[in-house]
Design a protein around this ligand. Structure first.
Ligand code: SF4
Length: 293
């Protein structure tokens, strides 16, 4: 297939994925928010969740971003070894970010960390950030995650003495949520990455927070149990929706792990606010594609 045509198809798929992700909250998240709305007993927290649900409805009806902070764009790419052209992927994904900034529009959020210079199109060094993984087959699949600044602000890495094990993990998660308070716009999904190294722990924590569907059980039974325990413990903190006090501070705790060096126990904790933005595109070698949430 003509490379130019494929490049345009990837760009269109990415533009559609970005557009969907910033306007429509994924169905699993909407369901979870409706559930806690019906179960919340605190009146002030219930009114916050009600406002969030109305906000979601209005965004859908008016086809406008669900939050003014349209985040920085992260792409999680899985590309088949047999996909016809690897080198066009990055260019197409970056172009889609530029076009989306104008057409949706997105808030131009990327700035030089030292000078504050803003290129105005959500690009810049390493931006949008593209994670690439190679897989068998000939398709290209990517999920776009516009990640808001408020929830990222309180993301954190702990390095407890490795001998403390699970006790240290529980303490770190509770400490992070208490310190974060209302800042990450609760109810949040708390991503926890255990092991690997400093960067790996945060990377897998972010993937767990932003990509994993709510309601999907953790495939590791011991982590599934830990997730349930932490979910109960964190909601007992009483921070509530947007920090006004209530039964639901978190929608879920999602944990992932990597093997580690015996001398370290990195624990990465990444928050995803209620405004979960994600959409996935699958592009075939012939340029046809589908986008879904
Ligand atoms: S933390 Fe999330 S909901 Fe809050 S302002 Fe940022 S993007 Fe919006």
């Amino acid at each position: 297939m003509n490379t130019r045509i494929l490049e345009e198809a990837i760009e269109r798929a990415a533009l559609e994925a970005i557009t969907r992700s910033v306007i429509y909250i994924p169905p699993d998240v909407k369901e979870a928010l409706k559930r806690i709305y019906s179960e919340e007993e605190s009146e002030s927290s219930r009114s916050q969740i009600g406002a969030i649900l109305r906000n979601i409805e209005l965004a859908e009806r008016m086809k406008r971003p669900v939050c003014q902070d349209t985040g920085i764009l992260l792409y999680y790419v899985r590309v088949g070894y047999e996909f016809p052209s690897i080198k066009i992927i990055e260019k197409s994904l970056v172009n889609a970010a530029k076009v989306a900034t104008k057409t949706i529009p997105l808030r131009p959020n990327t700035v030089n960390p030292l000078t504050g210079r803003n290129p105005g199109d959500n690009t810049g060094r390493y931006m949008p950030y593209i994670n690439i993984e190679f897989i068998d087959g000939d398709i290209l699949e990517f999920t776009v995650v516009p990640k808001g600044g408020g929830s990222e602000y309180v993301s954190v890495l702990y390095m407890p003495p490795p001998g403390e094990g699970v006790k240290a993990i529980k303490r770190a998660v509770v400490d992070a949520v208490l310190r974060a308070g209302p800042m990450p716009c609760p109810p949040t999904i708390v991503g926890v990455g255990i092991g690997g190294g400093a960067d790996i722990a945060l990377h897998i924590a972010k993937k767990a927070a932003c990509l994993r569907r709510l309601g999907s059980p953790n495939p590791a039974p011991e982590l599934d149990k830990l997730e349930r325990e932490l979910y109960v413990a964190l909601n007992e903190l009483g921070i509530g929706a947007m920090g006004v006090g209530g039964r639901f501070t978190v929608l879920a705790v999602h944990i992932d792990y990597a093997y580690r060096h015996p001398a370290i126990l990195p624990i990465g904790i990444v928050f995803q606010c209620w405004a979960v933005r994600r959409a996935t595109a699958v592009v075939e070698p012939n340029g046809s594609y589908k986008v879904f949430q």
